[in-house]
Design a protein around this ligand. Structure first.
Ligand code: HEC
Ligand code: HEC
Length: 476
């Protein structure tokens, strides 16, 4: 997982990181917190020659952008709602077989993801990458995405293919229908209603026994009877007196019989929104006016990101996502999704538009260093791998080193020339591709900029883990 690809090694050896001879302390090992501690008296403060400083150049560039980057504001929620949400987020009681919680795949110790390429749900054991080494059921087709700052007011679209989305009329589209239950607070809450319905993620399959030996009554409910499945989960929760108390504190005006899974989902969303809101990365500090918060390499990276490298065409706004869909030629691995398996056509499943072939939602980039691997199938293992990919997507697929993948997945990598041609033909026109490899100039600075998006407070989240959960099941 941590091996450096031959192409990358070459780029690094060639020192192609510094377009104008700026400092570059890159060691290709991942997040280096000292990236800001370089000799920044060289450039910014010393403009005897009258040339604009990096800060002036960046401010001028940002002023030209339609959806400019911005610092994030913290999110705070009602403490009783948060407490209920925390319990639910960590409690495997929400899974049919009582073995998987939201936190299993979105773990605070794994950057709110799971460290796997593509995720493993019910039936697997262990935490993070160890889950792949235990006996397990088939892989879920996609990578577990991080949850940082998803409670920001600007978020209107969730999932790699945007299958949960707030529509223009304010209704919420989900795979379980539009506005599936009354009283859902927004897209983040609507999203929380979906994993519990998925047979591979949390529900299990008919005939399964839960880990306590009882029948999995959730999996026994027909797949299209969503409301019945959510009601059965509420029955489970309200049979536990601690949950009755937590719901009563969170929803003091509601009688027990009026509580639905929408209320549970609202609480989970409140928990996620506050706990994973991080607003103090060096980039936030810089945008709030502290020009010393970034090193010169990071400022040069930002100039490339929002300028010539074209990253900001899609990674725009406070979250660095336009929340739109683009094909970026990410190599395919894993089982894929029907009817295209072993491929995953992304957004095209929902829209049937040829323009959405292999298109995925632009992911937010906050706290990125904490949630490797990257992309919808976790195929790109490091930030270096990602930036090198953008310099030549065709090459990423062609020269992909399968040894970077868990042995279970090595045989699933798709490198057939016809598939690669299909991937390349679909590439978004907003990618500033350069066959001469011009983008390879500045890769290290781009990577340094991406590192500046991590709030140090997000790096260590053990105190967000509860000691126990109301069901008494093991906390993941
Ligand atoms: C088995 C692993 C697994 C479990 C359990 C799980 N998730 Fe996820 N989660 C994923 C994967 C994989 C995705 C991306 C799926 C896709 O986009 O098709 C995802 C996506 C999300 C997203 C979308 C984020 C974004 O920016 O698009 C949120 C929010 C989320 N999960 C929250 C939850 C909550 C809340 C629960 C519990 C009710 C939960 N997840 C349970 C694996 C899991
Ligand atoms: C055409 C729009 C577009 C452009 C331009 C673009 N990206 Fe992306 N980016 C995306 C999409 C879409 C994905 C998800 C692709 C997938 O998973 O298949 C993504 C994924 C990423 C990820 C992985 C995030 C994660 O959580 O897995 C990183 C990092 C990233 N891009 C950085 C960059 C950088 C750096 C540049 C400029 C060199 C750039 N992007 C240019 C659309 C774009």
């Amino acid at each position: 997982m941590t091996r450096t690809s031959p192409l990358l090694t070459l780029l690094l050896l060639l020192g192609l990181g510094c377009p104008s001879g700026q400092p570059n302390d890159d060691d290709a090992t991942g997040d280096d917190d000292d990236a800001t501690a370089d000799d920044d008296d060289d450039d910014d403060d010393d403009d005897d020659d009258g040339a604009p400083t990096l800060d002036e150049q960046l401010a001028a560039l940002i002023a030209t952008l339609d959806d400019p980057p911005a610092a994030l504001d913290p999110v705070t929620v009602d403490p009783a709602l948060w407490a209920l949400g925390q319990a639910l987020f960590f409690d495997p009681i929400l899974s049919g077989n009582k073995d998987v919680a939201c936190a299993t795949c979105h773990h605070p110790m794994h950057g709110t993801s799971d460290g796997l390429h593509i995720t493993l749900g019910t039936g697997a054991t262990g935490r993070g990458p160890e889950r792949a080494d235990a006996p397990h059921r088939p892989y879920v087709p996609r990578h577990s995405i991080d949850l940082f700052n998803r409670g920001d007011a600007s978020v209107h679209t969730l999932f790699w293919d945007g299958k949960v989305e707030e529509l223009e009329d304010g209704s919420i589209f989900t795979p379980a229908g539009t506005d599936p239950l009354p009283g859902i607070d927004g897209v983040l809450a609507a999203q929380a209603m979906i994993p519990v319905l998925d047979p591979l993620e949390m529900r299990g399959v008919p005939g399964d026994l839960a880990i306590d030996g009882t029948t999995n009554e959730i999996a026994a409910i027909p797949m299209n009877e969503h409301t019945t499945a959510w009601a059965a989960l509420m029955d489970r929760l309200l049979a536990i007196s601690e949950y009755v108390d937590l719901f009563e504190a969170a929803f003091p005006l509601l009688a027990e019989q009026d509580l639905t899974f929408a209320h549970a989902a609202n609480a989970i969303a409140a928990y996620e929104a506050q706990t994973y809101s991080f607003t103090n990365s060096p980039w936030d500090q810089y945008l709030r006016g502290d020009t010393s918060a970034l090193g010169d390499d990071q400022k040069l990276g930002a100039l490339l990101f929002f300028g010539n490298a074209g990253c900001g065409n899609c990674h725009s706004g406070a979250l660095l996502s336009d929340q739109l869909f683009h094909a970026t030629g990410v190599p395919q691995l894993g089982p894929g999704k029907q009817p295209a398996a072993p491929f995953d056509w992304g957004r095209e499943f929902l829209t049937s538009e040829a323009a959405d072939h292999f298109a995925f939602r632009t992911p937010p980039l906050r706290n990125l260093t904490l949630s490797a691997p990257y992309m919808h199938d976790g195929s790109l293992t490091t930030l270096e791998h990602v930036v090198v990919h953008y310099s030549d997507p065709r090459r990423t697929a062609e020269v992909f080193d399968v040894n970077l993948l868990h042995p279970d997945l090595q045989g699933t990598l798709q490198q057939d020339p016809a598939h690669i041609a299909d991937l390349v033909a679909s590439l978004s026109s907003e990618l500033p591709l350069d066959d001469q490899g011009g983008l390879t100039i500045g890769l290290n600075n781009l990577r340094s900029f991406l590192v500046s998006l991590t709030d140090p407070a997000a790096e260590s989240l053990p105190d967000t883990l509860p000691q126990s959960v109301p069901s008494g099941l093991a906390v993941p």
